[in-house]
Design a protein around this ligand. Sequence first.
Ligand SMILES: [Zn+2]
Length: 286
Amino acid sequence: MPELPEVEVVRRGLERWVAHRTVAEAEVLHPRAVRRHVAGADDFAHRLKGHRIGVPSRRGKYLWLPLEDTDQSILAHLGMSGQLLVQPHTAPDEKHLRIRVRFTDALDTELRFVDQRTFGGLSLHDNTPDGLPDVIAHIARDPLDELFDDEAFHRALRRKRSTIKRALLDQSLISGVGNIYADEALWRARIHYERPTATFTRPRTGSLLGHVRDVMNSALAVGGTSFDSLYVNVNGESGYFDRSLDAYGREGLPCRRCGTAMRRRPWMNRSSYYCPKCQRPPRITP
Ligand SMILES: [Zn+2]
């Protein structure tokens, strides 16, 4: 799954290349890509036609394109391998092209949804009064959202009776933090991933949130270089952040702070990477 910074890079690309354009035609090349649109491919295409795309929005890893003059939005599910590409009409179809959207203007580009494994797709949903597709109304704000409430997050964390990495990945508490950025932020904050949330003080929560934001902003700063290209792209294993990872994927390599060999432990069908010296395990297991 792409994480928040990768999705934000795509959102900015779509804002630049797709916002305010009117749909001439949507073509569904594989029905699985619109399976979440219950009324089917013809209905999906019919509802898009003639509508202008508003400014793309994001909450956590969820990305949507509002359809102006309707109370609906196109929600993008990128899944494991989904990509939204803005391509010249003349570019050959990608092997796994699933949906094509053409616009009425004279620009020579179209929007393409390409997905090798077809776990992703596009679907239309009614908006909540906040302008959020109704199916993601339960998703919490993400830490880069200016309306994210640090104090409310701290109180929810204290109530949660959980461990910190589980809480960071709980999309109803805080959205957009995935496995990679959780490990990075915990390393920076010197917090072990199994630390009980009940032990968090306000300063500790504040420090952790600061590190979460720093990690995401530095990923965004690196990803920002791709905006100038016409090619808007996202996939699960983003290449541009790899060089700056301090924890994730560094098993056996020296901690960049203290030199101790980094460790990897199985964690909820995934892995947690940490420094055994900088990130001491909690004394009491919850
Ligand atoms: Zn260390």
